[in-house]
Design a protein around this ligand. Sequence first.
Ligand code: ATP
Ligand code: MG
Length: 417
Amino acid sequence: MKYSALRGMKDILPDEINIWQHIEEKAREIFEIFNFREIRTPILEQAELFLRSIGEDTDIVEKEMYVFNDKKGRKVALRPEGTASVVRAYIQNSLFNAPSPQKFYYIGPMFRYERPQKGRFRQFHQIGVESFGVSSPEVEAELLLLLKKFFESLKIVELSFEINSIGCKICRPLYKEGLYKFLGERVSNLCFDCQRRFKKNPLRVIDCKVPSCREILSDIPLMIDFLCENCRKHFSDFQKKLELYEIPYKVNPKIVRGLDYYTGTVFEVTTHALGAQNAVAAGGRYDELVELFGGPSTPAAGFAIGIERLVELLDKKLVLQLQKPLIFLAHAGEALEREVLNLSSRLRDNSFIVERAYENLSLKAQLKRADRLKAKWVIIVGEEEIKKSLYKWKKMSDGTQGEATLDEIISIMKEQE
Ligand code: ATP
Ligand code: MG
């Protein structure tokens, strides 16, 4: 073979596509009843959009972004996430003029140049939502409720909802000072990455996974103990709302998130079922981003779900059962072409999936083909049958068969779907 897909990118083939379609359908169904509406933004954006929002010193921007110059020498990037683009679209199209909250969802591919491994790809897919215009913690609580409902609809259980607050522009600088001092006294013993983070993005040191760092940092000061009055109240009101919604959660003060635009509430949904890459969804509040991009000061919050990891978690058998059965129309003789067309279109009008042999094959060969295509039903059109308006049908899984009118066959098949 001359060509193969790029490392970390893969084809989603028809045999697994109905799992993806099922996930996407559920997302649309549930997000829309919460009044989130779909938005589609370009996959390519000015690189600076991500640089400014996600942050220059983050892993995503520093190491993982696909950046290149277009033919006019403009620096563009394949989007590594969805929020920055939605915020840009929100401002560019003056959507802030519409009544709040404005709620959007998106489904699509994202690109990050990461080391490919289980649950980590270079082209991966996210379903995300963004909610603009309301600062009350009701918004984040609704986001978690939405996530819970969505996962329940896919029968994915044993998820853990972890929340934290990373403060605002009033309390975070004070905390950072304390953190900086604490880290400064220990920096020479930290891992190479943490030494770099210490200079550029000290918050990221908190969730370092290296065991020696974890030990040195076991009593690291945490933002949650330094929240200002507003942030503290917001976080505690948020928790009250979660209790009201009966959403089980855990406060995890070590969640810091890998993107700079977050303020206040952040959260992650994790599961033990995935191994090392255990985050299925993540999000939080980003009250300063719209203004940073030149829009009016607008509170906002959102999350993104990784679809590949959802696919891993899903009970595939359950979903494959949802696949519509295939009906194979066999016929004996070319003269019956008109009848086959007529029957196919009546079956398709009833939403059945219909296939047939396109060449002239013996009846035996056609039945063999039906079997290889895993048809659930075969309907046979023959001279004799047409005269009586009766057709032979056969259920391939158990060999039951009979002769009936098309309407009767349709109702037999519908009963057994
Ligand atoms: P992780 O800690 O797994 O790298 P992240 O903090 O980089 O996650 P976000 O940017 O918040 O992730 O993206 C939200 C979700 O998108 C993640 O929880 C995960 O399910 C999924 N995701 C992120 N990066 C990848 C990737 N390279 N391949 C597959 N899924 C991914
Ligand atoms: Mg990551």
